[in-house]
Design a protein around this ligand. Structure first.
Ligand code: NAD
Length: 706
């Protein structure tokens, strides 16, 4: 019998079920159709099993590098309500149980990515064999979408690997590489990828890996009521520490696993399904699904294969950013040149790159050999001579227009005509800078965030004469180095810093009005931000804040009038983390040691209590307003770009779906009303509603309708 998505045959006494048949997408996912086909196949297989008509069964994939990437997220997204979710899960449970209930030996041959429903299906087999393919990785990432594994994953995984490792996987969504899966007992054998199907029958009836006495004792202890109680208590504490309770899924996962301890399969699965159904309808899950689609779309590039790749990078300036960008090139095997004007500066750049690799080395994500090889691939230089070998140059010298223009004019004499030239400027006009070049079509802004190794976003900045192919090639490169690109038009602060500016400025005004540093940072944290605005200003540096404040005012006018507080702090040499004192104090290692008492000498206003909601609205509504200006100015063309930028560039809380998704959910009419009230009561320039936002309200449109 032939199917569309799944192959099925009985060959040499074994049943072979092949996933990802005719799959054109890069990832194979479970769809309603493929589940339907598999259900039909399993009816036949069950009959064969009853008659003892086969020696065993294997699931494999037709696509090397992908076993099964889980349920298609559009299916989860389309679930209408809890009852709809429960109906769908019931069908899937029947199918998955039928696999688990087969009497014959069964194994899942995992050659590549095996996530979510893919792993849950594999867990229904008596054995899991993994391949040595570098992409082989297993995980249950459902928590990242605000749900739990609903096909029995929370029931079967602890039975296979024990409670603590299962909790770790289910609560974090982490992926386990093939070798580690074998080590932890998730996989029963590792086979060479190219001979996996041939060798699998020999391994099917091999006795399982013996557990040693220590493992046996540990497993027994886990069954103990008291031990389990402690494990759940600790896990709950950790979840609260990591999520501050903003995400319901991890807490629900713990509840299901804890309550399910002595339940039989059908009772347990009914409870798991109910929890999934409830979670799938929460606003947090809907917002996380929304972010999944936003991120996925931002990674789409139609003509990717026709665009050139970067084999060798180069960076000008070996400072904080230059060292980080050199690391990124080296990390991606693009052996960079790193140019600066003094040997001491080059030394610092190498130190920065080495520090970025140190984490991976410590966590054994790379070997000492790899580390040495990658570090050696960075070529420090004091001249531009070698630049003809570069495919992409990123300029990261000090922030000065005249210097940057001079550097580019000089550089152009050394590079090949097809080499792309970019600037990491955070505040200067890319349009103006492009004028320094004879061929400005190959030039664009490429704005990284600090620290380069941790921040996923890169803004690609266009200008009037840029060649569209330059932008596409940069998008491809950013994706190749596993970062998230957004393409934006030139303008003060580009996108992220322009929206962040009113937030930080408003924080400074609130402090001047007498709101305390703690109240302010606490309000932002309770909104879901990764850090409060005072901490963020310390991270950025008060000198940079003053500079950016001026640029915003020059570029945007009165609504960006900066508070005088950052200048006062700058004058008092309270620069933040870079000199160990700002709003907070820091030790030599940069660890915060508490509040800086000097702040109360600079902010002398009478202490003022303000309710948290008002503080939050004062901080976040000007950001929404500025985003509306950005859309009106065509800095970017859609709300999704703003939200990708704010989530990946500032850590805007993912459970809120992004700044503009949040604004849409709050209601634009209510946002405008509150902005108008602040304009009346606080400051008319800073809170004046953008004409574009007003227009949207009068047209009854939302940001995501644009
Ligand atoms: P930095 O002061 O740490 O480093 C600048 C380096 O450029 C120094 O090592 C200096 O010796 C070198 N340099 C000066 N003239 C040079 C020349 N002619 N040729 C080669 N090297 C030269 O500065 P940084 O913080 O790394 O910033 C660099 C650029 O990145 C700036 O444009 C800045 O706006 C931008 N940026 C900085 C951050 C940040 O957080 N630091 C974030 C995003 C973008």
């Amino acid at each position: 019998m032939t199917y569309q998505h799944i192959s099925y045959e009985l060959k040499n006494d074994f049943i072979w079920i092949g996933l990802g048949l005719n799959e054109k997408k890069s990832m194979t996912t479970l769809t309603r159709d493929s589940l339907d086909e598999l259900s039909k196949i399993m009816v036949e297989v069950t009959e064969i099993d009853k008659k003892k008509g086969a020696k065993g069964l294997f699931f494999f994939s037709h696509k090397p590098g992908v076993f099964l990437a889980g349920m298609d997220i559009t299916v989860i997204n389309d679930l209408k309500n809890e009852a709809d979710a429960l109906r769908n899960l019931e069908v899937a449970h029947k199918l998955f149980n039928s696999i688990e209930d087969l009497k014959m030996p069964t194994a899942s041959l995992v050659n590549g990515i095996c996530l979510g429903g893919g792993l849950e299906l594999s867990l229904c087999c008596k054995k899991i064999f993994v391949s040595d393919h570098p992409k082989t990785a297993l995980g249950l990432p459902e928590v990242m979408l605000g749900v739990l594994p609903g096909f029995g994953g929370t029931y079967r995984l602890p039975k296979k690997v024990g409670l603590p490792p299962a909790l770790d996987m289910i609560l974090t969504g982490k992926q386990i590489k093939g070798k580690n899966a074998y080590k932890m007992g998730l996989a029963d054998a590792i086979l060479p990828a190219e001979r996996m199907l041939e060798l699998a029958p020999q391994y099917l009836n091999k006795p399982k890996k013996k557990t040693n006495l220590k493992e046996e004792l540990e497993k027994a202890a886990m069954e103990n009521f008291l031990t389990r109680k402690i494990i759940f208590q600790k896990a709950r504490e950790q979840v609260m520490k990591n999520t501050k309770g903003f995400y319901p899924a991890p807490l629900k996962i713990l509840e299901v696993l804890e309550k399910g301890a002595n339940k039989n399969r059908s009772d347990y699965l009914a409870m798991e399904a109910q929890a999934f159904a409830e979670l799938s309808q929460t606003i947090q899950s809907k917002n996380l699904q929304h972010i999944f689609f936003l991120t996925d779309n931002s990674k789409k590039l139609d003509n990717k294969d026709q665009l050139p790749s970067v084999n060798r990078g180069a960076v000008l300036g070996a400072g904080v950013m230059g060292g980080g960008i050199a690391w990124l090139f080296a990390q991606n095997n693009q052996a960079p040149l790193m140019k600066d004007i003094t040997p001491a500066a080059l030394e610092l750049g190498l130190k920065q790159a080495s520090a970025n690799f140190a984490g991976a080395l410590k966590r054994k994500r790379m070997t000492e050999d790899e580390f040495n090889r990658k570090m050696r691939s960075i070529e420090p230089t004091l001249t531009l001579e070698g630049m003809k070998s570069a495919d992409l140059v990123v300029e990261a010298v000090v922030e000065n227009m005249d210097l940057k223009k001079k550097v580019f004019a000089e550089l152009e004499e050394y590079v090949r005509p097809d080499c792309l030239l970019t600037s990491n400027t955070s505040s200067l006009s890319v349009e103006e800078m492009s004028k320094a070049l004879k061929n400005s079509g190959r030039f664009a802004g490429l704005h990284f965030f600090n620290p380069v190794n941790k921040m996923p976003l890169v803004e690609i900045i266009t200008h009037e004469k840029v060649d569209p192919k330059t932008i596409q090639t940069l998008v491809k490169w950013v994706l190749d180095v596993k970062k998230t690109p957004i393409v934006v038009k030139d303008g003060p602060g580009f996108l992220v810093n322009r929206i962040l500016a009113p937030y930080l400025n408003e924080a400074a005004f609130l402090l001047e009005e007498g709101v305390s540093v703690e109240a302010l940072d606490e309000a932002a944290l309770n909104f879901g931000m990764p850090m409060g605005p005072c901490r963020l200003m310390d991270e950025i540096g008060l000198d940079v804040c003053v500079k950016v404040g001026k640029i915003m005012q020059e570029g945007l006018g009165q609504r960006a009038n900066p508070s005088s507080l950052s200048t006062k702090l700058y004058d008092a040499k309270l620069l933040g983390k870079k000199n160990n004192k700002g709003f907070y104090l820091y030790d030599e290692k940069g660890k915060s040691t508490g509040k800086n008492p000097e702040i109360s000498k600079i902010i002398t206003s009478k202490k003022k209590h303000m309710d948290e909601m008002t503080i939050q609205m004062r901080l976040f509504l000007p950001m929404v307003n500025e985003a509306a200006y950005i859309l009106a100015d065509k800095i970017c063309d859609k709300a999704a770009t703003v939200d990708v930028g704010m989530i990946y560039g500032t850590g805007f809380p993912p459970f809120k779906g992004g700044l503009l998704k949040w604004a849409d959910q709050e209601g634009l009419d209510s946002i405008v009303e509150r902005l108008n009230n602040f304009a009346k009561d606080v400051n008319k320039d800073r809170y004046q509603v953008s004409p574009f936002l007003s227009l949207m309200v009068s047209d009854k449109r939302k940001f995501y309708d644009l």
